[in-house]
Design a protein around this ligand. Sequence first.
Ligand code: CA
Length: 236
Amino acid sequence: MNQTMISSLVLLVEDDAEIALLLERYLVRSGYRTVRASTGQTALAHLQMLRPDLVVLDVGLPDIDGFELLARIRGSSPVPVIFVSAMDDDTDKLLGLKLGADDYVTKPFNPQEVVARVGAVLKRTRGIAGGEVIRHDGIEVQLDSHVAIVSTESGRVELPLTVTEFRLLVCFVRSPFKTFERASLLDACMPESDALDRTVDTHIANLRRKLADCGQGGYIATIRGIGYRFARSTSV
Ligand code: CA
């Protein structure tokens, strides 16, 4: 089945009804299905019941801090998340990305830009599809099911990766020992974003931590002035 024929479901978490309606109108016009939530509680309920393909999350919500909600979503789901921040503030952006969001937009935004970001993030999520499995040492990446598994002393453990982290891991496991420039990693994992180099650093830090949490630490070496290399460091 052609995946582009399936209309993706976008969960819009936004307490401002006017903005939600506007975004909904643009998304529907572009062929998406949408569901709205004006509170964090409703968002979590929709997420569990409806399993949306992507979440657009306004971080300014009445009942729960949007960043806390983002962390809770990430605790249970790898669904792509684009967060909407009221301020063009680097601290906010970095916090959102650190918590595992895949992209961000700042208010005031052009709804068409949000629609474009939604399309790009979904494309990135699905671009990985293909029945291949790739491996390096004790790390296995299943491209079709979007699952990364590490072998530990107590068995095989699935890594709880975001789409962006998964995409980075795919790059690394495909070409272990290759030194990647930050720009090429950015291209591979967030091609639609105007993100800064620091953005890659944030995702790398998250990926490193998650690997380390599963007993696979020391894998991603920082190559000063260039970028990163995937190889278990013994002497660096
Ligand atoms: Ca709001």
